[in-house]
Design a protein around this ligand. Structure first.
Ligand SMILES: NC(=O)c1ccc[n+]([C@@H]2O[C@H](COP(=O)([O-])OP(=O)(O)OC[C@H]3O[C@@H](n4cnc5c(N)ncnc54)[C@H](O)[C@@H]3O)[C@@H](O)[C@H]2O)c1
Ligand SMILES: N[C@@H](CCC=O)C(=O)O
Length: 543
């Protein structure tokens, strides 16, 4: 029963804790890290509200300490994917009909639980499972995840409030229905916040969800699922399954009740999904929504008027925080000839101060890359650069996987603006720089725009406002998130809605109203209070 009209004001962003030496949060986080390391977690799937264990287990190990076993998860097969779809469809009607304020309360409660009781659980799980340092975990698995949950409740209440006008003697209204079927959420390894947001943003809109996380993010995904259940998420609304991506895709995309995919990950996987959906299009009850945020080849263009320290910091942080494994990470930089020597020598000096090691040692800025496959791929790019006359390694270049997947922060300088590492996404701690003639700024902007298929994030560093204006205009289609005198990473929910176009995705801006619209199917209802009783127009009548 609805007894009022409920709105949710815009929240403030969750404050970022410092974890400085001596702080209570540092002590609490260290305690939780030790607790997780002292046990071996046995992680089930969650289907229809039940924990499902298959005995077919996959081990989870910290990427920075591969000899340590954190736990294992139970891998499912086709029968589990089908059971997850069935459980979702079973839950659909009750969930879709739940009063909005009751639904909202579940997600707000989850946000509050993460902000308080489980903050260090989420952060420690992300630090160990995905090799993020304390600060990077805090901005992801605590703050951004909390912000997604709270802001989406606010945005959805704003959407529900939007209603059409009504002509005299009638009343019009729009219902924002959930989609008719289930939504598949397929999530990446690199952000626990994204992994949590993809299933919950669709579910918040009244949809039921099958959620498949990346294997390398399961440790934190399991923690989040437990929090959602404690927050009151009814059974079957989100079903968390672990099975191979292609298997899940094959089953879900062939199901007539498939109503949408909420994906974040690589461009190649998304394009394969889109093709499969296209091939099955005649099978579906309703046209599915296809939302995907994908790869990037994010740039920093430095103008001859730039401040050197601003430029160096934008590169050091933008390219190497979380080992460059952010879709937004700076991976190609264009440096003007007049500042090249200063910027390069300061950047190289800064990188030498970055300590690399485990996440449990809080003095490390750099930790490990996510897995062996990624390590080998990054090492191959570095080796190729070592042997290519067009490229020179000016910082880093070493790697070692004996204890964990460690790759030094590496800078490649190239004389070719189309060198392979200026064009392809590497997804690791590798930045390629190209020094251009500082007097040919407009030409370099053209190069930036045309070098890569991606258009996710980018930055211009300049003190000259004409240069800022020119870059903003010329690069209008080169990035969905564009930064002026800042690094191209670190979008904050509610402040910089996030997403890119071209090969970087459908640009449905996670953490904004634009994204939520994709999970709603509006129904317009007109009621006529004084209906017509004669078909004849007045002018047809005799005088
Ligand atoms: N644009 C963004 O907002 C954004 C954010 C984070 C990451 N990313 C991108 O994600 C990538 C890194 O993440 P990743 O390594 O987890 O990506 P990935 O594409 O390898 O995996 C993403 C998800 O897709 C699943 N998957 C893999 N192959 C599949 C298939 N054939 N069918 C169905 N599912 C499949 C994976 O198991 C995982 O759950 C990078 O390309 C990065 O740029 C983009
Ligand atoms: N919100 C993050 C993007 C995450 C991509 O992996 C950022 O803006 O850096």
């Amino acid at each position: 029963m609805n007894t009022g009209y409920f709105q949710y004001a815009a929240p403030a962003n969750e404050p970022v804790l410092s974890y400085a030496p001596g702080s209570p949060e540092r002590a609490a986080l260290k305690k939780q890290l030790a607790a997780f390391k002292a046990e071996v977690a046995d992680i089930p799937m969650y289907i229809g509200g039940k924990e499902v264990r298959t005995g077919n287990t996959v081990d989870l190990r910290p990427p920075h300490e591969i000899k340590h076993k954190l736990g294992h998860f139970h891998q499912g097969d086709a029968s589990h994917v089908k059971a997850a779809i069935a459980a979702a469809l079973e839950a659909r009607e009750k969930w879709a009909n739940m009063d909005w304020e009751t639904r909202a309360g579940i997600f707000l409660r989850a946000a509050d639980l993460i902000a308080t009781k489980y903050r260090f659980h989420m952060n420690a799980a992300t630090m160990l499972g995905q090799s993020k340092n304390a600060y990077q975990a805090e901005i992801d698995s605590a703050c951004e995840l909390i912000d997604f949950l709270r802001y989406n409740v606010h945005f959805l209440s704003e959407i529900y409030r939007q209603q059409p006008v009504s002509a005299p003697l009638t009343h019009n209204r729009v219902e924002y229905r959930p989609l008719e079927g289930f939504v598949l959420a397929v999530t990446p390894f690199n952000f626990s916040a994204i992994a949590g947001n993809l299933p919950t943003s669709a579910a918040m809109c009244g949809n039921v969800v099958v959620w498949k996380p990346a294997n390398t993010q399961v440790f934190a995904a399991n923690m989040f699922m437990k929090i959602m259940i404690e927050a009151g998420l009814p059974e079957g609304v989100i079903n968390l399954v672990y099975a191979g991506g292609p298997l899940i895709g094959d089953i879900c995309f062939a199901d007539p009740h498939f109503a949408g995919i909420h994906f974040t990950g690589s461009t190649g996987v998304f394009q394969t999904m889109w093709k499969t959906i296209g091939e099955n299009i005649h099978k579906y009850k309703t046209y599915p929504r296809i939302v995907g945020e994908t790869g990037g080849k994010d740039f920093v263009v430095i103008h001859k008027s730039a401040d050197v320290d601003t430029s160096v910091t934008a590169l050091a942080r933008g390219a190497f925080e979380y080992q460059g494994q952010k879709c937004s990470a700076a991976s190609r930089a264009y440096i003007p000839s007049n500042l090249a020597d200063q910027i390069k020598s300061k950047l190289v000096a800064e990188l030498k101060t970055m300590k690399m090691g485990t996440t449990e040692d809080f003095s490390n800025f750099i930790n490990a890359v996510i897995d062996e496959r990624s390590f080998d791929k990054i090492a191959q790019y570095i080796d190729n650069a070592k042997n290519d006359p067009k490229a020179k390694i000016i910082a880093g270049g070493n790697y070692n996987k004996s204890e964990g997947y460690f790759v030094e922060p590496t800078v490649i300088e190239t004389t070719d603006p189309n060198y392979v590492t200026m064009c392809e996404e590497i997804f690791g701690p590798v930045l390629t720089i190209y020094v251009y003639d500082g007097e040919k700024f407009e030409d370099v902007l053209q190069t930036v725009d045309s070098t890569s298929e991606y258009a996710l994030t980018g930055a211009i560093i300049a003190q000259d406002r004409y240069a800022v204006e020119l870059a903003t205009r010329k690069l209008v289609n080169s990035a969905g998130n564009f930064y002026i005198n800042d690094k191209p990473t670190g979008a904050v929910v509610g402040q910089q809605p996030f997403g890119g176009a071209r090969a970087s995705g459908t640009n449905d801006k996670a953490g904004s109203m634009l994204n939520l619209y994709r999970w709603l199917s509006a129904r317009s209802i007109k009621e006529t209070f004084v209906p017509a009783t004669d078909y004849r127009y007045p002018f047809l009548k005799e005088a």
